[in-house]
Design a protein. Sequence first.
Length: 318
Amino acid sequence: MRHFLDFEKPIAELEGQIEELRRTTDAGGIDVADEIGKLRDKAEKLLASTYAKLTPWQKAQVARHPDRPKCLAYIAGLIEDFTPLAGDRAFADDQAMVGGLGRFRGQPVMVLGIEKGSDTESRIKHNFGSPRPEGYRKARRLIELAGRFNLPILSFVDTAGAFPGVEAEARGQAEAIARSIEAGLDAPVPFIATIIGEGGSGGAIAIAAADRVLMLEHSIYSVISPEGCASILWRDAGQAATAAEALRLTAEDLKKLNLVDTVVPEPMGGAHREPTGMVEKVGDRIEACLTPLLALDGATLRARRREKFLEMGRTGLV
């Protein structure tokens, strides 16, 4: 059963009518093919017009859509012979942060990603995509391992942010994130990060300090969630839509600000409507970015990556 967002209710009503007419036909009733065709055209036009003018807050809702392909879907669709690697060698294995070795279209790679889960059981298992310090220490370990064995790094970012619990702070959450960012900036191998859903705060950039940052059309990437921003500025999470406008968290805004390198178009209605096609499209963009980076040596990659992030600060845009 397809899940519709609040602003998609008119589309849901039309698609419900189409389904009802289809059931009538299947039950041996009158031929309503023409009526179904008219309703389908109307639904497609409404879908196109709705998604052509999404507000930042509506894009945030699409980025969080429960049916949107998650990190493990991209790994399953793009990485052959994936072998998970577990643990931070200090405390535990964080299930929100996944990573391991595999082959991307024949090229050996190290893969990192934050998994939110797709149902109640998997969401609990993966802590709703909010890594703890051990997750970021695992990420750092795998980034350093990739550098040691000359493996390009691919990361898939989808998190509202790092886990904010007291125990996470007690175990050094801030330092773990900072060390992961440091490892990314210092990696002597190509590093490509893709924002596939939410990119929340330092919890996201911890695995996105990359040579190339790709961002799906309806993803979001921001220093704080709209709800968190609204709670701080107005003490009212209900102002999230206003905060989303101010944060400039959409792919379109971030591309204009040169904070991401490539915006990957999504199918009409969002990635969740054609997940398999979306995964392949992301794979094509990753391949296009990775190929020229493979020709560069480690010193050049580090220097360019450092300059890329320093330039963000010099422009006064962040």
